[in-house]
Write a protein that binds this ligand. Structure first.
Ligand SMILES: Nc1ncnc2c1ncn2[C@@H]1O[C@H](COP(=O)(O)OP(=O)(O)OP(=O)(O)O)[C@@H](O)[C@H]1O
Length: 594
């Protein structure tokens, strides 16, 4: 098993728990305090059993009997009442509130953390964090803490209190512990590591399962669903191996501690019998002690099982904290508003950017100046950096060198919301939610009226296919929008962009891979979008961008050429070569038989 970070102390776990509880931390703290007091009171109540037995047998109607019985009843009742109150953290809904808040914090973190860092994590891992870890973390905390305190604090207090009544009995009870606590302390690192490894493998497995299910249509088409299934199978096996090791790490000390405890009990009873035979201990005291000791047996013997659950909670907390600790991209102070160019003018000044996991830069000292209106096409060979330009504009990550500004304002000084408001996107891979057509378009601007949503859909040439849907505007779009064709999905996406009415629009070649009819409809929708906006198209087919106001040829992360289609053809160079190659391919298609 891989060695993880050093094991944490109980105190660190406690502090983490409170941090995880967020605004409910004070309530959780008082619940845990109540559980501690309840466990101590229960210990004191149990210490009363020996004097009660002695009083009942020797002086049944004395004041002492009444006194001890009253003390026992009072403390037992108080302990029960405190436990009820402490568990109120669960049933009064504070627990649900705390887990809800934590999910909201994780959700907010997903929205504000740099996209580059988000991309590093797989969807399944995030789901496990958002759902599994949060529940593992909070839902069992109060119950598990109660069990641990009852197992540890109650017997300790009983032993300590018994010292005052009969020091030999007290000492015998207290001696049961030293054997178990060091054993637990010695085993805790292995337990923690086991739980961490299991949690990590679980996270990996959910990521694999999510990706497998999402990718099944593609995998089946490529006839490699089986091969990937094998990978999944391996991940199942890894999890099984890690779980087995971790169970072994937990089971051994568990059995050992239970055995030590049983032997200890026998030793205590044997001592008691010896003292009775020697005439130094009242047989009634021995009987009472056996009752008390039996009461401790189960919680103490299973103490290590509870701590295993706690190690699981600890591992979940650690993963959540790791995700919450990713810092957002820094926000720079706002610049003065004087002399700014048009609001949607985009400038890249000497921008260099290298992806975290790449060996070479994706952009090298790239400078661009895009006026507030018009269509700019980014063209260039695959991997030349076109998509990176649009990603950096959306602040996927900050460039290592140079600045990017919109309307004269460095985008690093814009809030994420402001930047998001300024840019609409139309990607080839359109994500639709299982909701109505109306709702799917409206998510670009939640406060838009039905009329505004319908107008946007009309302008994006969506009406013809919406009319054909069974429930028209109220048709649910099914899982990931699978009820619509590619061209229809893209038109929904364009309708969203129109509704959002952002001054800048990024299009990832929306007409790629469409049939002629769909292409014409999408092209008409794009033409509507282009008016009055700064539109950037990442283009693969040069035929679609002949009418662009400017074409930027990106090569190897640098600006190789810029100009209009005619100008660039006349200029020669890279663009003309690309154009000629594409014309040749088209001619070749035309010449193909059939
Ligand atoms: N997340 C990433 N991590 C590491 N390297 C990346 C990442 N994304 C892209 N790259 C690399 O950065 C370079 C530029 O990629 P980019 O996606 O911008 O190219 P592109 O011109 O849009 O390509 P295409 O036309 O094929 O979509 C490529 O070498 C690519 O392999």
């Amino acid at each position: 098993m891989k060695a993880g970070p050093p094991p944490t102390t109980w105190r660190a776990t406690y502090v983490r728990l409170l941090r995880g509880a967020g605004q409910q931390a004070d309530k959780l703290r008082s619940s845990l305090l109540m559980l501690l007091i309840a466990a101590a009171l229960q210990g004191l109540a149990l210490a009363c059993i020996t004097p009660i037995f002695l009083a009942i047998v020797h002086e049944p109607s004395s004041e002492q009997t009444v006194g001890w019985l009253s003390a026992f009843t009072l403390m037992a009742l108080l302990a029960t009442a405190l436990r009820w109150r402490a568990q109120g953290f669960d049933y009064c809904g504070h627990m649900a509130q705390a887990t809800h808040d934590l999910r909201m914090r994780l959700g907010a973190q997903l929205r504000r953390m740099p996209l580059e860092k988000l991309e590093d994590r797989r969807a399944g891992e995030i789901t496990t964090n958002l759902l599994g870890s949060v529940d593992e973390h909070m839902n069992y905390v109060v119950t598990v803490v109660n069990l641990i305190l009852t197992a540890v604090v109650t017997p300790l207090i009983t032993g300590a209190a018994t010292l005052f009544l009969d020091w030999r009995l007290g000492l015998a009870l207290l001696l049961l512990f030293p054997a178990i606590i060091p054993l637990y302390r010695r085993r805790r690192p292995a337990l923690d590591a086991g739980m961490r490894a299991t949690a990590q493998e679980n996270e990996r497995l959910s990521a694999e399962v999510v990706e497998y299910v999402q990718g099944l249509p593609v995998l089946r088409a490529a006839c490699c669903a089986g091969a990937v299934n094998e990978r999944l199978q391996q991940q199942f096996e890894t999890l099984e191996r890690v779980q087995r090791q971790s169970h072994r790490a937990g089971a051994k000390p568990n059995l050992l501690s239970a055995s030590i405890f049983e032997v200890g009990l026998l030793a205590v009873v044997a001592c008691g019998v010896l003292w009775v035979v020697q005439g130094t201990l009242d047989p009634v005291s021995l009987a009472a002690m056996v009752v008390v000791v039996v009461r401790f047996a189960e919680p103490l013997a299973t103490f290590i099982t509870y701590t295993t659950i706690f190690a699981l909670i600890e591992a979940a907390l650690e993963r959540i904290e790791l995700l919450l600790a990713v810092p957002p991209l820094p926000q720079m102070p706002q610049m003065p508003a004087t002399g700014r160019p048009g609001p949607a003018v985009i400038r890249f000044d000497n921008v260099s950017f290298q992806y975290a996991h790449a060996r070479t830069p994706a952009l090298r000292r790239l400078s661009l100046n895009l006026p507030a209106r018009g269509l700019t096409a980014l063209v260039g060979p695959s991997g030349s950096g076109k998509t990176t330009v649009t990603r950096l504009l959306m602040r996927y990550a900050d460039p290592q060198l140079g600045t990017i500004s919109i309307g004269g304002v460095d985008i690093r000084s814009l809030s994420a919301e402001d930047l998001n408001r300024m840019i609409a996107t139309v990607f080839q891979d359109v994500h639709l939610f299982d909701d109505t057509v109306l709702a799917n378009i409206r998510m670009a601007r939640p406060d838009a009226s039905d009329e505004q949503v319908m107008q946007a859909a009309r302008s994006a040439h969506c009406l013809d296919f919406i009319d054909r849907l069974a429930d028209g505007w109220l048709t649910r779009l099914g899982d990931a929008g699978s009820r619509l064709s590619g061209g229809e999905r893209q038109r929904i996406s364009i309708a969203r962009a129109l509704l959002k009415d952002a001054p800048i629009v990024i299009l990832d070649e929306p007409t790629a891979a469409l049939d002629t009819e769909s292409e014409l409809a999408v092209q008409a929708a794009v033409d509507t979008l282009v008016r009055e906006r700064n539109v950037i198209v990442v283009a693969h087919r040069l035929s679609t961008i002949r009418a662009a106001d400017r074409i930027l040829v990106i090569e190897n992360g640098e600006l190789a050429q810029s100009g209009t289609h005619e100008g660039l053809l006349a200029e020669g160079g890279r663009y003309r070569a690309m154009w000629q190659a594409q014309v040749k391919i088209n001619d070749w298609h035309l010449l193909e038989p059939g």
